[in-house]
Each structure stands twice: as C-alpha cells, then as structure tokens.
Design a binder for this molecule. Structure first.
Ligand code: ATP
Ligand code: MG
Length: 425
C-alpha cells in the first residue's frame, strides 16, 4: 500500500517552495517597514479560545474545527485562524500594559479547517495576518489595509479590488440587527437551517450565507450604512478619506459581512478580478474587532487586523501570469579530475560555502563531462576545475559559464581570488 497525504493538504516541494519563501520574505520585510512584530503562538489551543474568540455562530466553529481530546481529557483545537490566539496571548501577557502602544503584531503559519477541498480551499493552509491592538484611530484602519495592498502590489498583482464596509459600533449594529430580524422573520421558513438559527443569534450572518445567496430578500435587506450613527459614519468617512489620500481605490459594499462574529466598524476584503481565477476570488479579509479583547478577559481595547493565505496569493499570481523573480542557480560548481583532486574538493567546497557562496560538487563519481552537465543543470555561474596535476602545481581553473572565459588562480588563495572574480563578474 502506498501512503498518501490527507485530503485538502499539499506537499510543497523544492522548485515550488521558493515562491512561498519569496512571499513570506516580502511579507516580513513589509512588516518591518510598517512596524508590525512577529508573534508565534501554538498550533493548538484550548477549544474555548476559538469558540469564544471566533464566535459560536460562525462556520469555522460550527463546522470546520479540528478538535480533539488529548490524553489528559482536555479539548484542544488546531488553530483555524490567528486572531483569537493573538488576542489570547495579548491578554495573557498583559500586552495592554506595554509602554509602546498600539501593539502591532503579525503572524504567519499553518491554519486548519475542515472544509470541502477545492481550488483555493485547503484543509491546511498558510495564513499571514496582522493585528493592531490598542488604537481606535481610523488611520490604523487605513494603515492595515495599505499593508495588505502593498503586499499584493509588491508582488506585481494588478487586478485587485478592495471592497470596504462599515458594520458600525454597538449601537448601530443593534439598530441594524433589529431591522434585519424584521426583514427576514416573516419568510425565514424559506431559508436554510443555518440561517434560521442565525436569525436570533446573529442575523447579520444571514447576509453571508452561501446557500441562500440568491433569495430575493437578500438584495432588499436593510443596509447597515443606513443605520450607522454619527460616530460610526464619521469614522467610516475618515477611513475612506485616508485611503483616498493614499491613492488606494476601493468600493463600498454594504453587503460585505465578514464571517467572524467579533467584527465592528471597518470590514474589508481584497479580491482578485483576474480572468481565470476561479470561483473563489477573495484573497484577504479583515476588519475591526473592538470588544474582542474585553470578551477574552482583558481591558477594553480596540483592535483591527486582516488575514490572507499564501495559497490564494499564489493562485492570483498564476491567474495574472506573474513569474516571481526567484533567484536560481549556484555560485560555483567544483569539478575535479583524478582521485587526489576529488578528495581535495571536499575542503575547498566547504571553504567556499563558509565564505558565503552557494557551491556544490559531484557525489556520484561522474566523469568530467558528466560533472559539467551537472553544473549546467544547477545553473552554476562559475565552474572551478581541479586536476591532480594542477593540485601539484597549486593551480585551479575558474571558468565563467556565461562567457566561457577561463583564468587560472592559485589554490592557496582560491577563496580571495574567486571572491574577486565573482565581484567583477
Ligand atoms: P471564505 O469565504 O473563502 O471561506 P473566510 O471568510 O473563511 O473565506 P477568513 O477566515 O477571513 O476567510 O480568512 C482570511 C483569508 O484566508 C481568506 O481571505 C483566504 O485568503 C484565506 N483562506 C480562508 N480559508 C482558506 C482555505 N480553506 N484555504 C486557503 N485559504 C483560505
Ligand atoms: Mg471560510
């Protein structure tokens, strides 16, 4: 019997993994510039972290969690998203007391959701996300959105659509909630069982239902924007003004409802409208979650964040036909002729590597022709060729593979000589 990987997971092999590393490095660099610091939380948490933090009316909690009981009888869950863990950690380590506020964090790593696997939807996927905790300045909302946009733009993506909405503050949400209940309850029997349950618990989530999307009551549902109170409206206007000033174009979509229960005020999604992207076009989702820290046992603390997956980012790149500028090839291949020379390349290779060069030699006892072929396959910039006679004479030949130019240098000074050639070349 051959063993296979679980449904909805993937092996990322050399050749493909470089793309992941490229995106991950870019995200880290942008976080440094935007001053978000990395946080690493456990891959599993107590299940309550998510039932409370994500909200028990969400698809994630109701259908998608990988939960298990450990040998000590505790219910643990593989993290389905990053915000709940970041907030748990924020409260546990009393980050609200840090001298430097707001606390700006980022995370990157695998998340697990029991979903129906399809293009762009995996059971294990890698999310990169940020959280800014401790500020209710709409400038932070704009900053967080700008960071997400910068990642995609730095990758060369052009077919991006940013949609934003405001879910309002508590007062606005409550007024809207009452209006939604009024709107849906006379005909709730026509909706799916999930929506029936949502009506009293969190009617906003009916608008996010994938099954009842086409129901006529959906398009006529009362818009949150009509229920925003003054504060919420002003807040939303400021976010929009900042985005405009940053040159970030957006559309306001009053039907944008994020899946998680804890959102309020700003909500946003970045979509790809590249042709051929497929059915799932959301690349990134985020929003403000004032109140979550308090619910998690901390002091009242505003927060905002987003999460995106590397998988969908890669899908968008391929839909737009973008090749990432991934460095390929090695600096030097050490070829040898004769037993002694071959033995000596072990040392020389190690010295090259310690001096900072990517270098390789033959390990399959190939003839010189085969070694040069291997060097070609590795896209070596230079090949250094050492024979037994040359070894005696303290000489080694360095050949530039692009021009074919060759020079002989002394073995004793090989590293210095090679460094000089490399710099010039
Ligand atoms: P969707 O509506 O596509 O299910 P979601 O609302 O569940 O998305 P979030 O929880 O907001 O998604 O996660 C943020 C981002 O993580 C998404 O915009 C998407 O890029 C990515 N993502 C979510 N689920 C998956 C998955 N199963 N596989 C790959 N990427 C995912
Ligand atoms: Mg989902």
């Amino acid at each position: 019997m051959t063993l296979k990987l679980p449904r909805g997971t993937q092996d990322i092999l050399p050749g493909e993994v470089e793309k992941w590393q490229y995106i991950e490095t870019l995200a880290r660099e942008l976080c440094e510039r935007f001053q978000y610091k990395e946080i690493r939380t456990p891959i599993f948490e107590h299940t309550e972290v998510f039932t409370k933090g994500v909200g028990d009316t969400t698809d994630i909690v109701q259908k998608e969690m990988y939960s298990f009981v450990d040998r000590g009888g505790r219910s643990l869950t593989l993290r389905p998203e990053g915000t709940a863990s970041a907030v748990r950690s924020f409260v546990e380590h009393k980050m609200f007391g840090y001298a430097s506020q707001p606390v700006k964090l980022f995370y990157m790593g695998p998340m697990f959701r029991y979903e129906r696997p399809q293009a762009g939807r995996y059971r294990q996927f890698v999310q990169f996300g940020v959280e800014a905790l401790g500020s209710a300045d709409p400038a932070i909302d704009a900053e967080v959105i700008a960071l997400a946009m910068s990642i995609y733009q730095s990758l060369g993506l052009k077919k991006l659509k940013l949609i934003i909405n405001s879910l309002g503050d508590k007062e606005s949400r409550n007024a809207h909630r009452a209006a939604l209940i009024n709107h849906f309850s006379p005909r709730i029997e026509e909706f799916c069982s999930d929506c029936k349950a949502r009506l009293e618990k969190n009617p906003l989530r009916i608008l996010d239902c994938k099954k009842d999307r086409e129901h006529e009551l959906m398009s006529t549902a009362p818009s949150i924007l009509e229920y925003l109170n003054d504060d919420s409206r002003k807040y939303f206007e400021k976010v929009q003004k900042y985005l405009t000033n940053l040159g970030i174009s957006f559309e306001v979509d009053p039907n944008l409802v994020r899946g998680l229960d804890y959102y309020n005020q700003t909500a946003f999604e970045i979509m790809s409208d590249a042709e051929g992207f497929g059915a799932i076009t959301t690349l990134c989702g985020g929003g403000r979650y004032n109140g979550l820290v308090e619910e998690s046992g901390g002091p009242e603390t505003p927060g905002i964040g987003f999460a995106l997956s590397i998988e969908r980012c890669l899908a968008a790149l391929s839909a737009e036909g973008i090749e990432l500028p991934i460095h390929q090839g090695i600096d030097c291949f050490l070829a040898s002729l004769g037993e002694e020379a071959k033995n000596y390349t072990v040392e020389l290779l190690h010295k090259l590597r310690l001096a900072g060069f990517s270098a390789e030699r033959d390990y399959l006892d190939r003839k010189i022709k085969g070694q040069l072929k291997a060097a070609d396959r590795l896209q070596a910039k230079y090949v250094a060729i050492l024979g037994d006679d040359e070894l005696q004479a303290n000489k080694i030949t360095v050949k530039a593979m692009d021009t074919g130019e060759q020079v002989e240098v002394s073995i004793d000074a090989f590293i210095e000589e090679f460094t000089a050639i490399y710099k010039k070349g």
